[in-house]
Design a binder for this molecule. Structure first.
Ligand code: GUN
Length: 285
């Protein structure tokens, strides 16, 4: 049996159509939702992500500002810029693209963002709020995964969810969000001993390790939902995920492809969080 392929582009475009209407409603009331993206240095992958985020925002009727600082910029200069954005009424969401050059303390920059503009959900207060079930913003990638599970009506409560990866961007918040919905959650890493024993017992398997095709068909339970968060560029220029897609597709119940799976959902949920932030700012006026 071949799995249902969860197409992120289709789900994302449905959500974006709704977001466009919400953005238009705000514009009619004199408030265009605005996202500021801070990019430091010249990491080519980050530059592409940032360009895509800005383009998607504009297409949905939002304002987007990209501040590209040279890699040698001082941390203090970027902090000052964030402080100015924190009090800028035209900006409702602020995102610092990660990773930052080595001389930056990412946690200090993230902690300097006003929590009501922290549309990435990475501020320590928002991380704590997520852990206690009161998130102001859900981090965009796991939020996108939850929307994909919702779209397909995939049961979470009581199911065994295994998350492979422990990053602050995906693995940790993903685990908390699945836990919040009543899953029994196991967090593994690419180095977990006997990893297959865990992955084979997963009803929902989320993989975010950055290790191309590390999840093989033998590591997956028949009928499982397999969510691939990895995007790896291979030597021949093609993209592939952390899951060995075609063999696993023959075994899984649902699976996300790479590209065209989780990727478009991440940007969509960033726009959703920014519009949400603008709507809250308007209510607070
Ligand atoms: N780098 C990779 N993914 C992300 C993300 O979702 N947000 C930010 N700020 N940086 C990233």
């Amino acid at each position: 049996m071949s799995a249902d392929i969860i197409n992120g582009n289709i789900i994302a475009s449905k959500i974006r159509a709704e977001l466009k209407i919400r953005a238009e409603n705000l514009v009619k009331r004199g408030m265009q939702p605005g996202l500021a993206v801070i990019l430091v240095g010249d990491d080519p992958a980050s530059a592409i992500y940032v360009r895509n985020k800005a383009k998607a925002c504009r297409e949905s009727g939002m304002r987007s500002e990209v501040y590209n600082f040279p890699g040698e910029t001082s941390q203090e200069a970027v902090l000052e810029h964030i402080h100015a954005l924190n009090v800028n009424p035209e900006i409702h969401g602020i995102l610092v693209q990660l990773p930052l050059p080595a001389h930056f303390e990412s946690h200090r920059l993230i902690a300097s963002i006003a929590i009501e503009k922290d549309v990435d959900g990475f501020h320590p207060c928002n991380v704590g709020a997520l852990a206690t079930g009161n998130a102001l913003f859900y981090p965009c990638t796991p939020y996108g995964v939850m929307m994909m599970l919702k779209e397909r009506d995939i049961l979470i409560e009581g199911q065994h969810a295994v998350v492979v990866g422990r990053s602050n961007i995906v693995g940790k918040p993903m685990s908390l969000m699945l836990l919040e919905k009543g899953a029994t959650v196991t967090i593994c890493t690419s180095k977990t001993r006997e990893l297959t024993e865990y992955t084979r017992s997963a009803d929902i398997l989320v993989v975010a390790t950055g290790k191309p095709r590390m999840i093989t068909a033998g590591m997956v339970k028949s009928g499982a939902t397999v969510i691939d968060v990895g995007i790896n560029r291979m030597d021949d220029g093609t993209l592939c995920g952390d899951v060995d897609f075609f063999p696993v597709m023959e075994k899984a119940g649902h699976i996300t492809p790479v590209p065209g799976g989780v990727g478009p959902m991440t940007i969509t949920m960033l726009m959703s969080n920014t519009i949400e932030a603008a709507e809250r700012a308007r209510k607070a006026r």
